[in-house]
Design a protein. Structure first.
Length: 114
């Protein structure tokens, strides 16, 4: 078996490995974890139940982060979820339910932002 690092460099390799692992661990402990994509939460009041269409929703908020079905009807979800071990969470989500004609039937908006 061929040795990749000669013995005289083994200490340097161990030190580099330790620094790399320590750096990655500290980033994970102090950094944020984010899921989803930003959207214009300030524009939620523009949604009008029974009037706003899928196209209008798409024009306002862009492509939904997730799509799904609820009671056989299309749903779109816009959401951003930022979590931190040592700070406040920053989340907001918008779930829009459409009728079979593609008109907003209802929506739910939640946010931790002030």
């Amino acid at each position: 078996m061929k040795i990749l690092f000669p013995k005289r460099n083994a200490r340097a390799v161990k030190l580099c490995s330790l620094l790399l692992v320590s750096g990655l661990a500290s980033t994970q402990l102090t950094g944020c974890f984010s899921v989803g994509q930003e959207f214009a939460g300030s524009r939620v009041p523009e949604i009008k139940i029974g009037k706003t269409t899928k196209q209008e929703v798409s024009d306002i908020f862009g492509t939904p982060w997730r799509t799904g079905m609820e009671d056989g009807r299309t749903t779109w979800t816009y959401g951003i979820y930022k979590y931190s071990l040592f700070g406040a969470d920053d989340t907001q989500d918008l779930l829009i339910r459409f009728d079979p004609q593609g008109i907003v039937r209802s929506y739910t908006f939640s946010s931790t932002r002030k």
